[in-house]
Design a protein around this ligand. Structure first.
Ligand code: HEC
Length: 119
């Protein structure tokens, strides 16, 4: 019995903090709300880059559905969302959105533009 308690205590010590550090699961639905608020006007409804503001931009918004964009890894796209794209109207969002919100919005983008590995 004491042995069992010991094992339980050990397990809690080993994995308790790990479970706490785990971020909550991605939420494409709330990502969609963020997308509609902040990204739609440039990237367009289906991420095609034809949002209402796109016409007035010299550097056009990325078509997120293009194979070029889809072949980028989550890490690469997150970097663009977080830090922005140099010499373009795409500024970084890390000051306005939390890490979790940026992950959610990326998971939403992945619903219409799934990762397409280059072969
Ligand atoms: C003012 C217009 C504008 C807004 C608003 C905007 N973007 Fe962008 N986005 C751009 C432009 C322009 C580019 C860069 C295109 C290029 O590199 O030629 C870009 C690039 C990107 C890229 C990089 C794509 C790639 O293939 O590297 C991602 C990802 C992205 N945007 C996501 C978002 C998300 C998510 C939001 C909302 C939180 C957002 N954008 C809001 C204009 C915008």
């Amino acid at each position: 019995m004491r042995g069992l308690l010991f094992v339980l205590a050990w397990l809690m010590m080993m994995f308790g903090s790990w479970a706490l550090a785990e971020t909550r699961p991605l939420n494409p639905q709330s990502g969609g709300t963020i997308y509609q608020q902040h990204c739609l006007r440039c990237h367009g409804r289906a991420g095609d880059g034809l949002g209402s503001d796109a016409r007035s931009l010299i550097v056009p918004p990325e078509n997120l559905q293009s194979p070029r964009s889809r072949s980028k890894t989550d890490r690469e796209l997150m970097l663009g969302i977080s830090q922005g794209v140099l010499f373009s109207p795409m500024h970084g969002w890390r000051d306005r959105l939390s890490e979790q919100e940026m992950r959610d919005v990326l998971s939403y983008i992945r619903t219409f533009a799934p990762f397409l590995p280059v072969t």
